[in-house]
Design a protein around this ligand. Structure first.
Ligand SMILES: Cc1ncc(COP(=O)(O)O)c(C=O)c1O
Length: 371
Protein backbone atom coordinates (compact mmCIF):
# COMPACT_ATOMS: atom_id res chain seq x y z
CA UNK A 1 0.00 0.00 0.00
CA UNK A 2 1.34 3.41 -0.98
CA UNK A 3 0.84 6.11 1.65
CA UNK A 4 1.46 9.78 0.89
CA UNK A 5 3.05 12.06 3.48
CA UNK A 6 -0.01 14.28 3.21
CA UNK A 7 -3.25 13.99 1.22
CA UNK A 8 -4.87 17.38 0.66
CA UNK A 9 -7.26 15.90 -1.91
CA UNK A 10 -8.71 13.63 0.80
CA UNK A 11 -9.14 16.69 3.03
CA UNK A 12 -10.76 18.66 0.22
CA UNK A 13 -13.36 15.91 -0.31
CA UNK A 14 -14.52 16.38 3.30
CA UNK A 15 -14.93 20.17 3.07
CA UNK A 16 -15.70 20.79 -0.59
CA UNK A 17 -19.16 22.25 -0.09
CA UNK A 18 -18.24 24.62 2.74
CA UNK A 19 -15.11 25.90 1.12
CA UNK A 20 -16.70 26.32 -2.31
CA UNK A 21 -19.55 28.27 -0.71
CA UNK A 22 -17.15 30.63 1.01
CA UNK A 23 -15.02 31.06 -2.11
CA UNK A 24 -18.06 31.64 -4.34
CA UNK A 25 -19.19 34.52 -2.12
CA UNK A 26 -15.88 36.27 -2.77
CA UNK A 27 -15.93 35.49 -6.49
CA UNK A 28 -19.53 36.66 -6.88
CA UNK A 29 -18.61 39.92 -5.21
CA UNK A 30 -15.30 40.22 -7.12
CA UNK A 31 -13.86 41.66 -3.91
CA UNK A 32 -10.38 40.21 -3.75
CA UNK A 33 -8.45 42.71 -1.66
CA UNK A 34 -9.07 43.16 2.09
CA UNK A 35 -12.64 41.88 1.92
CA UNK A 36 -14.66 41.23 5.09
CA UNK A 37 -13.36 37.64 5.23
CA UNK A 38 -9.88 38.95 6.06
CA UNK A 39 -11.12 40.89 9.09
CA UNK A 40 -13.30 37.95 10.14
CA UNK A 41 -10.33 35.57 9.96
CA UNK A 42 -8.20 38.03 11.93
CA UNK A 43 -10.83 38.08 14.68
CA UNK A 44 -11.20 34.30 14.73
CA UNK A 45 -7.48 33.50 14.78
CA UNK A 46 -6.91 36.15 17.45
CA UNK A 47 -9.66 34.58 19.52
CA UNK A 48 -8.19 31.10 19.09
CA UNK A 49 -4.80 32.48 20.21
CA UNK A 50 -6.23 34.35 23.25
CA UNK A 51 -4.87 37.47 21.54
CA UNK A 52 -6.44 40.91 21.19
CA UNK A 53 -5.32 41.52 17.61
CA UNK A 54 -4.87 39.50 14.45
CA UNK A 55 -3.07 41.00 11.46
CA UNK A 56 -3.23 38.85 8.34
CA UNK A 57 -0.36 38.90 5.87
CA UNK A 58 0.96 37.16 2.78
CA UNK A 59 2.92 34.28 4.37
CA UNK A 60 4.40 32.93 7.56
CA UNK A 61 7.74 34.26 6.38
CA UNK A 62 6.28 37.76 6.12
CA UNK A 63 4.64 37.39 9.54
CA UNK A 64 8.11 36.84 11.02
CA UNK A 65 9.68 39.54 8.87
CA UNK A 66 7.14 42.20 9.82
CA UNK A 67 7.22 41.23 13.51
CA UNK A 68 11.01 41.68 13.41
CA UNK A 69 10.89 44.86 11.32
CA UNK A 70 8.67 46.34 14.02
CA UNK A 71 11.70 46.11 16.35
CA UNK A 72 13.69 48.59 14.20
CA UNK A 73 16.85 46.48 14.36
CA UNK A 74 20.13 48.32 13.77
CA UNK A 75 23.14 46.72 12.06
CA UNK A 76 24.80 44.40 14.56
CA UNK A 77 21.64 43.84 16.59
CA UNK A 78 21.31 40.17 17.43
CA UNK A 79 18.30 37.88 17.53
CA UNK A 80 18.60 34.49 19.18
CA UNK A 81 16.90 31.65 17.30
CA UNK A 82 17.13 27.89 17.14
CA UNK A 83 19.16 26.43 14.29
CA UNK A 84 16.87 23.39 14.11
CA UNK A 85 13.93 25.02 12.33
CA UNK A 86 12.65 25.99 8.90
CA UNK A 87 14.87 28.51 7.14
CA UNK A 88 12.39 31.38 7.39
CA UNK A 89 12.93 31.74 11.14
CA UNK A 90 16.49 32.97 10.68
CA UNK A 91 16.09 34.30 7.12
CA UNK A 92 13.57 36.80 8.48
CA UNK A 93 16.07 37.98 11.12
CA UNK A 94 18.62 38.66 8.38
CA UNK A 95 16.11 40.38 6.13
CA UNK A 96 14.92 42.58 9.00
CA UNK A 97 18.49 43.83 9.37
CA UNK A 98 19.53 41.72 12.34
CA UNK A 99 22.11 39.01 12.93
CA UNK A 100 20.87 35.56 13.83
CA UNK A 101 22.56 33.94 16.82
CA UNK A 102 21.84 30.23 16.95
CA UNK A 103 21.15 28.49 20.23
CA UNK A 104 20.75 24.86 21.14
CA UNK A 105 17.55 22.85 21.43
CA UNK A 106 16.19 20.50 24.06
CA UNK A 107 16.95 16.98 22.75
CA UNK A 108 13.58 15.67 23.98
CA UNK A 109 11.18 18.19 22.42
CA UNK A 110 13.44 19.63 19.68
CA UNK A 111 12.42 23.12 20.87
CA UNK A 112 14.72 25.99 21.78
CA UNK A 113 16.05 25.59 25.31
CA UNK A 114 15.60 28.71 27.51
CA UNK A 115 18.94 28.16 29.26
CA UNK A 116 20.75 27.87 25.92
CA UNK A 117 18.94 30.95 24.64
CA UNK A 118 19.97 32.88 27.74
CA UNK A 119 23.60 31.80 27.31
CA UNK A 120 23.48 33.22 23.76
CA UNK A 121 22.35 36.67 24.94
CA UNK A 122 24.89 39.49 24.59
CA UNK A 123 24.60 43.26 25.04
CA UNK A 124 23.53 43.40 21.35
CA UNK A 125 20.61 40.97 21.76
CA UNK A 126 17.24 42.54 20.99
CA UNK A 127 14.97 39.53 20.66
CA UNK A 128 14.49 35.78 20.80
CA UNK A 129 12.44 33.98 18.16
CA UNK A 130 10.97 30.90 19.81
CA UNK A 131 9.78 28.18 17.41
CA UNK A 132 7.04 25.74 18.42
CA UNK A 133 8.46 22.95 16.30
CA UNK A 134 6.36 20.09 14.90
CA UNK A 135 3.27 21.40 16.71
CA UNK A 136 4.18 21.48 20.40
CA UNK A 137 4.91 24.62 22.33
CA UNK A 138 8.29 25.59 23.68
CA UNK A 139 8.31 26.47 27.41
CA UNK A 140 6.94 30.00 27.00
CA UNK A 141 6.87 30.64 30.76
CA UNK A 142 10.67 30.32 30.71
CA UNK A 143 11.05 32.65 27.73
CA UNK A 144 8.62 35.20 29.20
CA UNK A 145 10.65 35.26 32.42
CA UNK A 146 13.86 35.58 30.41
CA UNK A 147 12.41 38.44 28.38
CA UNK A 148 11.49 40.35 31.53
CA UNK A 149 14.79 39.72 33.28
CA UNK A 150 17.09 40.39 30.30
CA UNK A 151 15.04 43.09 28.57
CA UNK A 152 14.59 41.32 25.24
CA UNK A 153 11.51 40.83 23.08
CA UNK A 154 10.10 37.35 22.46
CA UNK A 155 8.52 36.56 19.11
CA UNK A 156 6.76 33.23 18.62
CA UNK A 157 7.20 31.34 15.37
CA UNK A 158 3.97 29.37 15.66
CA UNK A 159 3.91 28.46 11.96
CA UNK A 160 3.63 24.76 12.84
CA UNK A 161 1.54 25.11 15.98
CA UNK A 162 -1.80 26.79 15.42
CA UNK A 163 -4.16 25.61 18.18
CA UNK A 164 -1.35 24.20 20.34
CA UNK A 165 -1.55 24.98 24.04
CA UNK A 166 0.45 24.63 27.21
CA UNK A 167 -0.56 24.43 30.84
CA UNK A 168 1.19 27.30 32.63
CA UNK A 169 0.22 27.74 36.28
CA UNK A 170 -3.46 26.88 36.33
CA UNK A 171 -4.30 28.15 32.83
CA UNK A 172 -4.04 26.89 29.28
CA UNK A 173 -1.97 29.35 27.25
CA UNK A 174 -2.10 29.24 23.48
CA UNK A 175 0.68 29.30 20.92
CA UNK A 176 1.06 32.95 19.96
CA UNK A 177 -0.49 34.27 23.18
CA UNK A 178 2.53 35.15 25.31
CA UNK A 179 5.10 36.57 22.89
CA UNK A 180 5.02 40.20 21.81
CA UNK A 181 3.97 38.85 18.40
CA UNK A 182 2.88 35.34 17.43
CA UNK A 183 3.40 34.35 13.80
CA UNK A 184 1.38 31.78 11.86
CA UNK A 185 1.79 30.27 8.41
CA UNK A 186 -1.15 29.11 6.32
CA UNK A 187 1.06 27.31 3.80
CA UNK A 188 -1.14 24.56 2.29
CA UNK A 189 0.55 21.74 4.21
CA UNK A 190 0.09 23.37 7.62
CA UNK A 191 -2.57 22.11 10.07
CA UNK A 192 -4.67 25.06 8.88
CA UNK A 193 -3.67 25.49 5.24
CA UNK A 194 -4.79 27.92 2.55
CA UNK A 195 -4.95 27.38 -1.23
CA UNK A 196 -1.64 29.15 -1.56
CA UNK A 197 0.52 31.29 0.68
CA UNK A 198 -0.83 33.09 3.70
CA UNK A 199 0.10 34.14 7.21
CA UNK A 200 -1.04 35.97 10.32
CA UNK A 201 0.47 37.87 13.21
CA UNK A 202 -1.29 38.02 16.56
CA UNK A 203 -0.55 40.48 19.35
CA UNK A 204 -1.96 41.72 22.65
CA UNK A 205 -0.66 45.27 22.48
CA UNK A 206 -2.60 47.93 20.52
CA UNK A 207 0.54 49.82 19.46
CA UNK A 208 2.31 46.67 18.28
CA UNK A 209 -0.71 45.64 16.21
CA UNK A 210 -1.02 49.14 14.71
CA UNK A 211 2.63 49.04 13.69
CA UNK A 212 2.23 45.60 12.10
CA UNK A 213 -0.82 46.83 10.17
CA UNK A 214 1.13 49.82 8.97
CA UNK A 215 4.17 47.77 7.90
CA UNK A 216 1.86 45.35 6.08
CA UNK A 217 0.48 48.14 3.92
CA UNK A 218 3.28 50.46 2.84
CA UNK A 219 3.76 52.10 6.20
CA UNK A 220 0.71 54.29 6.39
CA UNK A 221 -2.71 54.42 7.99
CA UNK A 222 -4.20 56.75 5.37
CA UNK A 223 -4.11 55.86 1.67
CA UNK A 224 -1.24 57.61 -0.16
CA UNK A 225 0.28 59.00 3.06
CA UNK A 226 3.30 57.10 4.36
CA UNK A 227 4.87 57.50 7.80
CA UNK A 228 7.52 54.87 7.06
CA UNK A 229 8.45 52.45 4.31
CA UNK A 230 6.46 49.27 4.66
CA UNK A 231 5.50 46.71 2.04
CA UNK A 232 2.53 45.01 0.45
CA UNK A 233 1.89 41.85 2.44
CA UNK A 234 -1.87 41.44 2.42
CA UNK A 235 -3.67 38.12 2.73
CA UNK A 236 -5.91 37.53 -0.31
CA UNK A 237 -9.61 37.57 0.52
CA UNK A 238 -9.95 34.25 -1.32
CA UNK A 239 -7.39 32.69 1.01
CA UNK A 240 -9.22 34.10 4.04
CA UNK A 241 -12.44 32.53 2.71
CA UNK A 242 -10.78 29.11 2.38
CA UNK A 243 -9.30 29.40 5.86
CA UNK A 244 -12.64 30.44 7.41
CA UNK A 245 -14.25 27.33 5.93
CA UNK A 246 -11.53 25.15 7.43
CA UNK A 247 -11.09 26.84 10.82
CA UNK A 248 -14.14 25.28 12.55
CA UNK A 249 -12.63 21.85 11.79
CA UNK A 250 -9.16 22.58 13.12
CA UNK A 251 -9.80 21.36 16.68
CA UNK A 252 -11.22 18.07 15.41
CA UNK A 253 -8.37 17.64 12.94
CA UNK A 254 -5.80 18.26 15.67
CA UNK A 255 -7.58 15.77 17.96
CA UNK A 256 -7.44 13.16 15.19
CA UNK A 257 -3.71 13.83 14.80
CA UNK A 258 -3.30 13.12 18.54
CA UNK A 259 -5.11 9.78 18.15
CA UNK A 260 -2.83 8.83 15.29
CA UNK A 261 0.25 9.89 17.26
CA UNK A 262 -0.84 7.70 20.18
CA UNK A 263 -1.16 4.71 17.80
CA UNK A 264 2.33 5.31 16.42
CA UNK A 265 3.66 5.68 19.98
CA UNK A 266 2.18 2.30 20.88
CA UNK A 267 3.64 0.63 17.80
CA UNK A 268 7.14 2.00 18.40
CA UNK A 269 7.19 1.71 22.22
CA UNK A 270 10.31 0.03 23.55
CA UNK A 271 11.91 -0.32 20.12
CA UNK A 272 15.66 0.00 20.44
CA UNK A 273 16.32 1.61 17.06
CA UNK A 274 13.40 4.02 17.00
CA UNK A 275 12.79 6.81 19.45
CA UNK A 276 9.21 8.01 19.28
CA UNK A 277 8.68 11.75 19.74
CA UNK A 278 7.91 12.89 23.26
CA UNK A 279 5.41 15.46 24.41
CA UNK A 280 6.29 17.78 27.27
CA UNK A 281 3.68 16.84 29.94
CA UNK A 282 2.56 20.51 30.12
CA UNK A 283 1.71 20.54 26.40
CA UNK A 284 -1.21 19.61 24.24
CA UNK A 285 0.54 18.71 20.98
CA UNK A 286 -1.01 19.41 17.58
CA UNK A 287 1.24 16.98 15.72
CA UNK A 288 2.04 19.04 12.65
CA UNK A 289 4.72 16.39 12.24
CA UNK A 290 5.23 13.00 13.86
CA UNK A 291 9.01 12.90 13.93
CA UNK A 292 10.99 9.92 15.13
CA UNK A 293 14.71 9.59 15.74
CA UNK A 294 15.81 6.55 13.79
CA UNK A 295 19.01 4.54 13.72
CA UNK A 296 20.45 4.36 10.18
CA UNK A 297 17.98 7.08 9.20
CA UNK A 298 19.11 7.47 5.59
CA UNK A 299 18.88 3.73 4.91
CA UNK A 300 15.42 3.71 6.51
CA UNK A 301 14.47 6.56 4.21
CA UNK A 302 15.56 4.56 1.15
CA UNK A 303 13.57 1.58 2.40
CA UNK A 304 10.42 3.70 2.92
CA UNK A 305 10.84 5.24 -0.51
CA UNK A 306 11.03 1.79 -2.11
CA UNK A 307 7.86 0.78 -0.22
CA UNK A 308 5.96 3.89 -1.36
CA UNK A 309 5.69 5.31 2.15
CA UNK A 310 5.73 9.11 2.29
CA UNK A 311 8.22 10.60 4.73
CA UNK A 312 10.51 13.59 4.96
CA UNK A 313 13.49 14.84 6.90
CA UNK A 314 12.67 18.12 8.63
CA UNK A 315 15.48 19.34 8.65
CA UNK A 316 18.64 17.75 7.23
CA UNK A 317 21.04 20.66 7.95
CA UNK A 318 21.00 23.11 10.84
CA UNK A 319 20.71 26.76 9.86
CA UNK A 320 24.03 27.53 11.59
CA UNK A 321 25.77 25.42 8.92
CA UNK A 322 23.92 26.79 5.88
CA UNK A 323 26.19 28.31 3.22
CA UNK A 324 24.31 31.62 3.37
CA UNK A 325 25.28 32.00 7.04
CA UNK A 326 28.93 30.94 6.60
CA UNK A 327 29.98 34.52 7.42
CA UNK A 328 28.63 34.02 10.94
CA UNK A 329 31.48 31.60 11.56
CA UNK A 330 29.75 28.50 12.93
CA UNK A 331 31.62 25.22 12.39
CA UNK A 332 30.38 21.62 12.53
CA UNK A 333 30.22 20.66 16.20
CA UNK A 334 29.09 24.12 17.31
CA UNK A 335 25.59 22.86 18.16
CA UNK A 336 25.91 19.12 18.85
CA UNK A 337 22.31 18.50 19.96
CA UNK A 338 21.01 20.17 16.80
CA UNK A 339 23.49 18.31 14.60
CA UNK A 340 22.54 14.96 16.19
CA UNK A 341 18.87 15.74 15.51
CA UNK A 342 19.47 16.63 11.85
CA UNK A 343 21.24 13.27 11.41
CA UNK A 344 18.51 11.16 13.02
CA UNK A 345 15.04 12.63 12.45
CA UNK A 346 12.44 11.52 9.96
CA UNK A 347 8.78 12.51 9.87
CA UNK A 348 5.99 10.03 9.08
CA UNK A 349 2.49 10.63 7.66
CA UNK A 350 0.09 12.04 10.29
CA UNK A 351 -2.68 13.96 8.51
CA UNK A 352 -6.25 13.70 9.85
CA UNK A 353 -7.55 11.76 6.83
CA UNK A 354 -4.89 9.05 7.17
CA UNK A 355 -6.79 5.76 7.57
CA UNK A 356 -5.80 3.23 10.21
CA UNK A 357 -4.93 0.77 7.41
CA UNK A 358 -2.61 3.35 5.88
CA UNK A 359 -1.05 4.06 9.25
CA UNK A 360 -0.54 0.35 9.86
CA UNK A 361 1.23 0.13 6.49
CA UNK A 362 3.58 2.94 7.57
CA UNK A 363 4.29 1.28 10.92
CA UNK A 364 4.85 -2.12 9.32
CA UNK A 365 7.26 -0.66 6.77
CA UNK A 366 9.30 1.05 9.50
CA UNK A 367 9.37 -2.03 11.74
CA UNK A 368 10.22 -4.34 8.80
CA UNK A 369 13.32 -2.30 8.11
CA UNK A 370 14.78 -3.14 11.53
CA UNK A 371 13.73 -6.80 11.48
C1 LIG B 1 8.79 26.97 11.60
C2 LIG B 1 8.37 27.72 10.37
N1 LIG B 1 8.60 29.05 10.31
C3 LIG B 1 8.23 29.77 9.25
C4 LIG B 1 7.60 29.21 8.16
C5 LIG B 1 7.33 30.06 6.98
O1 LIG B 1 5.99 30.06 6.58
P1 LIG B 1 5.60 30.32 5.04
O2 LIG B 1 5.98 29.09 4.29
O3 LIG B 1 4.11 30.51 5.12
O4 LIG B 1 6.29 31.51 4.58
C6 LIG B 1 7.32 27.83 8.19
C7 LIG B 1 6.61 27.13 7.11
O5 LIG B 1 6.88 27.03 5.99
C8 LIG B 1 7.73 27.07 9.31
O6 LIG B 1 7.53 25.76 9.37
Amino acid sequence: MQVPLLDLVAQYRTIEEDVQGRVKAVVDRQGFIMGPEVAELEREVARLSHAVHGVACASGTDALLLALKALDLKPGDEVVTPSFTFFATAGAVHNAGGTPVFAEIDPVTFNLDPAAAEAAITPRTRAIVVVHLYGQMAPMEGFAELARRRGVVVIEDAAQAIGARRRIGDAWRMAGEIGTTGCYSFFPTKNLGAWGDGGMMVAQDDAVAARLRSLRLHGGTREYYHDEVGTNSRLDTLQAAVLLAKLPRLAGWNARRRELAARYDEAFAGHGAIQAPRTDPANEHTWHQYTIRAERRDALSEHLKARGIGHKVYYPLGLHLQPCFAHLGYRPGALPVTEAATAAVVSLPIYPELTLEQQDAVTAAVLDFYR
